[in-house]
Design a protein around this ligand. Sequence first.
Ligand code: PAF
Length: 285
Amino acid sequence: LQVWKTPAEALAGVDAHRRAGRRVGLVPTMGNLHAGHRSLLERARAECAAVVATLFVNPLQFDNPEDLAKYPRTEAEDLEMCRQAGVDAVFMPSVAAMYPPNSTTIVEVRGVQDPLCGRSRPGHFAGVATVVAKLFHIAPADVAYFGLKDYQQSLLIRRMVRDLNFPIAVRLCPTVREPDGLAMSSRNSRLTPAHRAQAVVISRMLRLAEARFVAGERAVEPLKTRMRALLADAPAAELDYLEFAHADTLEAVERLDGPTVVAAACRFGGVRLIDNVLLGLSGED
Ligand code: PAF
C-alpha cells in the first residue's frame, strides 16, 4: 500500500498508473472507514486495475467547528481496511497541503446545494464540491465512487462533473445498513447506546414510505404524517427535515408521480444523522 502525502506525489502516482494503461478508481473519504466505505473500495477493486483511496477530513465542509473537532480519526484502522480491500495507494494530505494560505477559490453547485441539508448546514456543499474538484485534479482517476447515503452530495458531484467537464465517471453505490436498518455512518459511533437504539426510527420511516409507495399511495402529506407518527417511539429524536423531492432537481413534490428521493435528517443528542430512499428508480448504475 503506497501512502501519498502531497498533491504532487498523488498526481505523479496516478499518472504512472494511467500511463501503464491501468484504469484508475478513486474512492474519496474522510476516513473512519466502515462497511459502507468497504463496499465502495470493493466495487472499485472489482472494476479498476488500480484503486486509490483518499483519507482527508475536509475542514471546509464543516459548518460547525465542534463537529470538525469531534469527527472520529482512526488512521491506523483505516489504512488496515484499505490494505485488506486491496487498495493500491492512499492519499492522506495535511490541511496545509490541501489548502495553502490564501486559498480563496470555492466551487458552488447552485440550486442543488440549497435545499435539504443545505438549509441547516450553510457552506457545507461548497466545501464538498471544492474538495472533490481538487481531488479530481490531484488524483485524475477514470472513475470515482460515492455512496448513495449522501444522496444530495452525490447529485451535486454528478452535476459538478457535468457542468465543469471533468473527464471522470461517477459511480453511485447503494447504502450499506446495520442489521436493524440504520444506515452506516461514521457518526453512528458517537451515539449513546440509548440514542443508537432509537436511531433506527429514521430507516423505519423511510421503509414505511417505500412500502406505502409500493402499495400504491401517491399523496405525500398523509404519508409524511404516518411517518412522523413513528417518532413517538424515539423521544430523543429531533427531526431536522423529512422531505419528498424530485430525484434530479431536489424540488419538493406533493405526489409520487416521478422519480423521488425521500430524505430525512435527524439529531440524537447533537449527532446529526441522514438517510434516504429512492422511489420510482433504482439510483445505482
Ligand atoms: O462523503 C464524504 O466522506 C465527503 O463528503 C467527501 C466526498 C469525501 C468529501 O470530503
